[in-house]
Design a protein around this ligand. Structure first.
Ligand code: NAD
Length: 316
């Protein structure tokens, strides 16, 4: 690849990613802050802007970036990028949703086992000097029905792992063709209600949109089996958090584990301190492996855009 591609990396883009972009794509410049003015000052002659969940890539930035061809987001969410403004100018927006599928799936499984075996509660007691052996009896995943809501990249990886535990997997996703379920020996639920009434463990892997917002409403949560477990590593907005607080306090659900919240960071300490709730601070995709995958996927996608034949300066 020629050295003509100039890449502006937002503050916080990891040094390893900067190094790979420098090796494989072009010249790398790094911002010192998320300030719009600093971005505007530096973006004029750059063809690529790399951002994480910050800063906001506003229409004003796009208007001041005459050479810009690509906004690259290593990771999933592109909500911080004004995609309409990019589209108007024919600027490509690329991301790497596939990079963290195993990381999120593995956290989902880890949270489920921690819930079923009360790992956090017994650990907290032991750290206070209390030996609670005999007081906490857990459950196995084996022999249970695990309901996967959203059968995309992460949902499918979860299903694959769960089958190794000798559990039955049932999945609900109206947008995925039948063969994706049959190939993986996963039972398809035609209605969300069917999955909720049959599953002992439910995990959520949907995108957040108008249709999935509050997908697990109070009605849906109370439709779940009494004593079932719920895990959400997708987006906080897909569960009615207030209703979840109620079903957990009332004991309708045995437990829940959340990595994501309606508002982040979550402020309701009463909710967070429920004994049958495990909460992590949106760490699903935060592994060294996911970052490394994101880097390689980004490099591959940028190479495909700025192919080897592209030796002339771009964007002038
Ligand atoms: P994906 O796009 O591959 O899969 C999402 C699936 O949801 C799709 O198959 C889609 O058909 C399905 N879906 C859409 N509307 C639905 C509905 N109404 N009912 C049922 N299914 C529906 O996405 P993915 O990469 O598997 O990511 C899944 C979720 O995990 C996303 O919300 C993503 O933002 C989140 N995520 C979280 C973390 C984290 O750090 N916790 C990291 C990465 C991704």
């Amino acid at each position: 690849m020629g050295r003509e591609v100039r890449i502006l990396c937002a503050h916080g883009v990891p040094p390893e990613m900067q190094a790979r972009l420098r090796e494989e794509i072009g010249e790398v410049f790094v911002l010192q802050s998320h300030e719009e003015e600093e971005i505007i000052e530096n973006i004029k002659d750059k063809q690529v802007l790399v951002v994480r969940s910050k800063p906001k890539v506003t229409e004003r930035i796009i208007d001041n970036a005459p050479s810009l061809l690509v906004v690259a987001r290593p990771g999933v969410g592109t909500d911080n990028i004004d995609k309409k403004a990019c589209e108007k100018r024919g600027i490509k927006v690329i991301n790497t949703p596939e990079a963290s599928a195993s990381s999120v799936a593995e956290l989902t499984i880890g949270l489920a086992i921690s819930l079923l075996r009360q790992v956090y509660t017994t650990c907290a007691y032991l750290k206070q000097g209390n030996w609670t052996k005999g007081k906490y009896t857990g459950r196995t995943v084996e022999g249970k029905t695990w309901g996967v809501i959203g059968f995309g990249g992460i949902g499918r990886r979860v299903a694959e792992i769960v089958r190794v535990f000798r559990a039955e997997v049932i999945a609900y996703d109206p947008y995925v063709p039948e063969e994706e379920f049959t190939q993986r020996e996963v039972k398809r639920a035609d209605k969300l209600e069917d999955l909720l009434t049959q599953s002992d463990i439910v995990s959520l892997h949907v995108v957040l949109n108008e249709e999935t917002e509050n997908l697990l409403s109070r009605e849906a949560l109370t439709t779940m089996k009494k004593g079932a477990y719920l895990i959400n590593t997708s987006r906080g907005g897909v569960i009615d958090q207030e209703a979840l607080y109620q079903v957990l306090s009332e004991g309708h659900l045995a437990g829940a584990a959340l990595d994501v919240y309606q508002v982040e960071p979550p402020a309701d300490q009463n909710f967070l301190c429920l004994e049958n709730l495990i909460c992590t601070p949106h760490i699903g995709g935060s592994t060294y492996e996911a970052f490394a995958n994101a880097t390689e996927i980004l490099v591959r996608k940028l190479k495909a855009i700025f192919g080897e034949e592209e030796k002339e300066p771009i964007g002038y």
